[in-house]
Design a protein around this ligand. Structure first.
Ligand code: GDD
Ligand code: MN
Length: 360
């Protein structure tokens, strides 16, 4: 019988957990046509061999062994695209997720939900025991950040345990970032409509064998994913370059201000520093940030003139604001100058992308 539910199980270094997991699925999903796909990234502990040993006698079990690639999210995507069952779930291969709620998750999606999430945060669920205090706090902070971005209410957007229809996965697959750990969050953010989410509580178990692969790089990738989605697909590299150029511009501004505030006084020094920083930003952005739309020759001078003109309007306001802050004794010249320069950076960003370089 063709499978109705396919369970994608990303695994790295889970050799000892494969057989116990299959046994648990077997009893939890009795009466259902299911299959499980272990997606292994060539773990040195023989995880793939453990899965293949079971697959040799159990046609419900399959194994994808990937070589030269690592990553939880991309492993899940690879698994998604290898199945034909109408429903698909993702579940960790370390026995931390509670397989007994899979039938209820399937029922929720069959009843009309777009996605069912095994949640550690809704009433009745528990994260205790499964995480150290520090990991718990990190997970909580990330979840709070993610909730701000999501158009739908999700208590546990960081869950690695969820079930959805295969056609929804196929629809969003081309837009998935395929980086890092947060495949569920990526799916939720990549859907073109508001998804109906059903959350089912479960207790996150402690790990028995093997160890967690979540580390600092994973957190960095999580940050990049949020940034990418928050800027609605604006090339993240361009954004990063802009931020870096902005930081250099701020530095240039402060050095110029420090040199000139003595001889000129704050008002004129802030003007001069703004001008110097503006020029530096223009040159750096033209070379780095907008390398693909780089202005040369006559266009370069026209661009610079336009940059000065539009930014000058904003700079006038900024110098005014900084001057007021200093005059009223609200901020010292350093802080006031930095505040003014920061506003200029944001202004420059908007102007650069739309008017000066017309980048996409
Ligand atoms: N193929 C593959 N490649 N599998 C991987 C990789 C990889 O690079 N990294 C991790 N896995 C597998 C693990 O073997 C495990 O089956 C599952 O993905 C989850 O990895 P863990 O390392 O056990 O993650 P965790 O327990 O710390 O994190 C869990 O909780 C997070 C909540 O903060 C997971 O459920 C995450 O998905 C979840 O976001
Ligand atoms: Mn785990």
């Amino acid at each position: 019988m063709p499978a109705r539910l396919a369970i994608i199980i990303p695994v790295y270094g889970e050799a000892a957990n494969v057989a116990p997991l299959v046994a648990r699925l077997d009893s939890a999903l009795a009466g259902l046509a299911w299959e499980a796909v272990f997606v292994d990234d060539d773990s040195p502990d023989g995880t793939a061999a453990a899965a293949r040993a079971i697959a040799a006698t159990d046609p419900r079990i399959r194994c994808i062994r990937r070589i030269g690639r690592r990553g939880l999210a991309s492993a899940c995507i690879e698994g998604f695209l290898s199945i034909s069952a109408p429903f698909v779930a993702v579940m960790d291969g370390d026995l931390q997720h509670d397989e007994t709620i899979l039938p209820a998750m399937l029922a929720a999606v069959e009843a009309g939900a777009d996605i069912a999430i095994g949640s550690r945060h809704v009433a009745g669920g528990a994260a205790q025991g499964g995480f150290s205090a520090a990991r718990g706090a990190l997970s909580e902070g990330g979840a709070a950040l993610a909730r701000l971005l999501l158009p739908v209410k999700v208590a546990d957007p960081m869950s690695g345990f969820f079930l959805l229809r295969r056609d929804l996965v196929e629809e969003v697959a081309p837009r998935l970032a395929a980086r890092g750990f947060k495949i569920l969050l990526d799916i939720l953010l990549s859907a073109r409509r508001r998804l109906v989410v059903a959350e089912l509580p479960y207790s996150f178990r402690s790990r028995q064998a093997g160890e967690s692969k979540l580390d600092a790089t994973v957190l960095l990738e999580f940050g990049a994913l949020l940034l990418d989605k928050a800027t609605r697909g604006a090339v993240p590299l361009r954004f990063v370059a802009f931020a870096a150029v902005g930081a250099i511009g701020l530095l240039v501004h402060m050095v110029a201000l420090a040199l000139l505030v003595g001889p000129l006084g704050f008002g004129p020094a802030q003007w001069a520093a703004t001008f110097v920083a503006m020029t530096a930003n223009f040159v750096l952005n033209n070379r780095i940030t907008y390398r693909d739309a780089r202005l040369r020759g006559g266009a370069l001078w026209r661009g610079l003139a336009l940059f000065y003109l539009v930014c000058g309007i904003g700079a006038a306001a900024n110098v005014g604001i900084a001057g007021l802050l200093v005059r009223d004794g609200l901020l010292a010249w350093g802080a006031a100058g930095a505040a003014g320069a920061l506003i200029t950076v944001v202004w420059n960003y908007a102007v650069s992308s739309t008017l000066v370089w017309r980048a996409r």
